[in-house]
Unconditional design. Structure first.
Length: 573
């Protein structure tokens, strides 16, 4: 195996070759490795396994199968774990400030583990929202041969004969407050909504980024769709282990795969599936690791030219499991490629191009989930970027499922999510309002919280299509309604959202891609002159550290200079 792969150019030579590395090898012998295994490529198998949520609970078992695939192909797998913060449990309280920060911690911790132990390649398994982009960011940053594999979606729950997800439970809280559901019914629903291991079951952030992993070329075709409880996922896990060894052999690295065209493919699949607005943060962040300028506006251009094809929750009817049974990501990509919306010549982890991977794939006719590119649900994608005097750096809204794409109303301003949620719970708002939640951006939160508890409560009260909501924070992939997030510049740095007053007239037009407040430049300047920065309660620890370095949502809320400033790449040390 040494002759087959060689160690002369592999990173692991720094820990396994020569007399000076005898102490290092002694540690490997202590863990049961033999000389043959030590002389093989060392492959990190990174998982976000934990007992925090169903999203991650199946990953430990799947990792064991990945390791078998690595070993069968002549590699030596070395398993390690990193953290996750699970949004469904962090939602609606201060814990959500940790969510986006965890993306950076995941990427950084995988980088440090790989650097410290000099592993030659990585297979990464992830389940919950931020762990998917976090692992993909680390792969592109390190640029060692890499394969990503999603842990899989949860199976849908069933309540009163209807498929349900955790978002139904969030919305049920609002129904109870509105007197439209009893507490006893809520208890029954919460006990059946999440019946298995796996990530949230609609086209929320985890499933959106799982689709991205295939579309961008870092995951094996078909690997994103199969539900987490299915032991038939094992074939994808085993194949991913073998695939990473093939990448080592053929010297194919993530930056050979994650190109500008590949990022455009990923954005197209997000648009076609009505995916999470969080993709407009994560795609720029992944691009940043490769030194590619691909900001929110670049993502938005792809969204605008791509048809909306998959009728998925939360804006549509069907779950991720339904899309899997209808042909999965490959079927979506097939019809996009046929319509000219994908770059077919992009390299993938199979060693083949997107077009070659999709050979023989067809869009099944006996299904109602995925529409043909010639007869889309909507001519433009299910996600739209906005810009205007209220958001000169941009903002984003999911339009999938919306009946009207324009809204004008008076501002109702809140300086944190808790105050807004309390007002919604007490019904201290009215139809036609534009609810503004500010000081929740990357720096101002700190951590850029999601607002699913508030938006779900509004829907539960039957007001989902009667108000709009804007924030410099984020929205869950499970959010529906006229909800605009990522407004930048954020309030904490003097953005216009921080200068708004109750009653200011705000207009959002998703058709035109605009968001504006009816104020003159002179009035805005006068308010800014009186504005003073606000402090937060996070003046030490990880959240303080994050706030010192994080950039704007426009560029992915990243925390380091990225590949553009590199003087070396880990894979080449």
């Amino acid at each position: 195996m040494t002759k087959k792969f060689g160690k002369s150019t592999l990173v692991s030579r720094h820990t396994t070759e020569g007399n000076a590395r005898a102490p290092h090898r002694s540690y490997l012998y202590a863990m049961g490795l033999g000389e043959k295994q030590i002389n093989q490529p060392l492959v990190g198998v990174a998982t976000t396994w934990n007992e925090a949520a169903p999203c991650n609970i199946t990953l430990a078992r799947q990792a064991q199968v990945v390791k078998k695939g690595v070993a069968a192909a002549g590699g030596t797998p070395r398993e390690f774990c990193t953290i996750t913060v699970t949004d469904g449990i962090a939602m609606g309280h201060q814990g959500m400030k940790s969510s986006l920060v965890s993306r950076e911690v995941i990427a950084d911790s995988v980088e440090l583990t790989m650097r410290g132990h000099c592993y030659d390649a990585i297979v990464g398994l992830a389940g919950c929202d931020k762990s998917l982009p976090g692992l993909m960011m680390s792969m592109v940053r390190l640029n060692v041969p890499s394969v990503f594999i999603y842990g899989g979606s949860i199976l849908p729950g069933n309540y009163n004969g209807k498929d349900v997800t955790v978002v139904d439970v969030f919305e049920a809280v609002g129904k109870v407050d509105a007197g439209n559901m009893s507490e006893a019914e809520l208890r029954k629903l919460e006990q059946v909504a999440c019946p298995s291991g796996g990530s949230c079951g609609g086209q929320f952030t985890a499933n959106t980024m799982a689709c991205v992993s295939e579309a961008i070329g870092l995951a094996l075709p078909g690997s994103a769709g199969m539900p987490a409880p299915f032991e038939s996922r094992d074939r994808f896990c085993f194949d991913s282990g073998e695939a990473v060894m093939n990448l080592i052999k053929n010297k194919i690295r993530p930056r050979d795969i994650v190109t500008r065209k590949a990022l455009e493919n990923a954005a197209a699949v997000v648009a076609a599936t009505g995916g999470s607005t969080n993709a407009a943060l994560h795609l720029p962040a992944i691009a940043h690791e490769a030194g590619i300028d691909f900001d929110m506006h670049a993502v938005g251009k792809i969204f605008k030219r791509t048809p909306y094809l998959a009728d998925l929750m939360p804006g549509g009817k069907y779950t991720a499991y339904d899309m899997y049974r209808a042909g999965g990501v490959e079927a979506v990509m097939r019809t996009l490629l046929d319509g000219g919306y994908l770059h077919g010549d992009c390299m993938t982890v199979t060693g083949k191009t997107v077009k070659e991977n999709l050979k023989g794939i067809t869009l099944p006719k006996d299904q109602k989930v995925i529409y043909h590119h010639s007869k889309p649900i909507r001519e433009e994608g299910g996600v739209v970027t906005l810009k205007g005097n209220l958001a000169s750096e941009g903002a984003i809204v999911k339009v999938a499922g919306l009946k009207s794409l324009k809204f004008t109303g008076p501002a109702r301003c809140f300086d944190c999510e808790e105050d807004a949620f309390a007002a919604v719970k007490a019904k201290k708002y009215k139809a036609g309002d534009v609810i503004v939640i500010r000081y929740e951006g990357p720096k101002g939160g700190p951590g850029m919280r999601e607002m699913l508890s508030t938006t779900a409560a509004i829907y539960g009260q039957g007001m989902g299509d009667k108000v709009a909501l804007i924030t410099d924070g984020r929205f869950s992939g499970g959010t529906r309604g006229f909800c605009i997030g990522h407004v930048g510049p954020e309030a904490a740095v003097g953005g216009v959202i921080g200068l708004l007053k109750d009653g200011d007239s705000i207009t959002i037009d998703a058709n035109k891609g605009s968001i504006s407040v009816k104020l003159t430049d002179k009035e805005i300047a006068a308010r800014r002159a009186k504005w003073k920065p606000r402090g937060t309660d996070y003046n030490s620890g990880a959240l303080w550290k994050y706030a010192q370095t994080v950039g704007s949502a426009e560029n992915g809320a990243v925390t380091h200079p990225g590949a553009a400033k590199e003087t070396h790449i880990f894979a080449d040390i």
